[in-house]
Design a protein around this ligand. Sequence first.
Ligand SMILES: NC(=O)c1ccc[n+]([C@@H]2O[C@H](COP(=O)([O-])OP(=O)(O)OC[C@H]3O[C@@H](n4cnc5c(N)ncnc54)[C@H](OP(=O)(O)O)[C@@H]3O)[C@@H](O)[C@H]2O)c1
Length: 290
Amino acid sequence: MIVIATPTGQIGHQVLDNVLDSDVPIRVIARNPSRLSPKAHGRVEVVQGSLTDIDVITEAFAGANSVFWLLPPNPNAASFNGHMQEFTRPLCEAITRQNIKRLVYVAGLGHKEATYADSTGRVMDEMIEKTGVSYRVLRMPAFMENLLWQVKSIKHQGMFFYPISGDRKLPTCATRDIAAVAAKLLLDNTWNGQDYFPILGYEDLSYNEMAQIMSEVLQRPIRYQQVSGEAYKATLMQHGSTEASAKWLVNLLVSVDGGLYNTEPRTPESTTPTSFRQWCEEVLKPAVLS
Ligand SMILES: NC(=O)c1ccc[n+]([C@@H]2O[C@H](COP(=O)([O-])OP(=O)(O)OC[C@H]3O[C@@H](n4cnc5c(N)ncnc54)[C@H](OP(=O)(O)O)[C@@H]3O)[C@@H](O)[C@H]2O)c1
């Protein structure tokens, strides 16, 4: 039995799509099951409720071998650490209660030996590690999909913005590639132990190089503009982020500008198939044209 938390989310729904054709029993945890993909109805068992509710997770984990989980983002959280604890505590307790064998979860790039953007990520990893569950933490840089948050300014101003140097080459990955790796691990009953799995996308590109590719695909000039951390934080807050959440993200991006995402060496295993150009053709272009 595989359990998938966040089956309606950006990554989770693609993980679910990838395992639906297998013959393994699947259970999902969803607050609102009507948001599940139509293909899932009748194929998966649904436990309805919140990932913060220990009774819900304990019920969902009964008899399961492998679990897919991620910390749902919440830009309205008053404290990032409080938000992380609210979700990670019940996860860990239910892993122990139900003797879960394997966990696949998602986190940012920058593992123990490198620099964490802040202590919250490290504490989350340590809480999970202490349960003794075998896990693979999928560590990834910024998603290509993050650019969809700026689709209006790409469309109307021909510009996108981050507090990161336009020349710093960075890995970036498509969420479809994360989901494919997660699904493969969930369907594989041979791995054990606690380890991380970096997902570095197809290639390292700077934001200036991405702007060039976007210009070619969209057939109009797109320019990248570096902004200050303060200006980026103010924009996030104008769009509804709490100060704590905006500050956390800006700190992360400042660490990225300082090399956080350049510490993991690229290998054939950490290189995933979707190129930025392909993603722009298949995802960004339709979003900009719609
Ligand atoms: N963006 C990046 O560049 C980046 C990079 C590295 C790592 N990450 C990590 O990737 C993760 C984000 O994944 P994503 O993009 O797939 O997230 P997402 O699209 O925002 O999906 C969040 C999911 O969580 C569910 N959810 C939220 N609160 C819940 C609750 N209380 N109980 C049950 N379900 C709940 C949502 O369900 P509903 O349908 O009910 O809302 C949805 O399925 C985060 O952990 C982030 O730190 C992101």
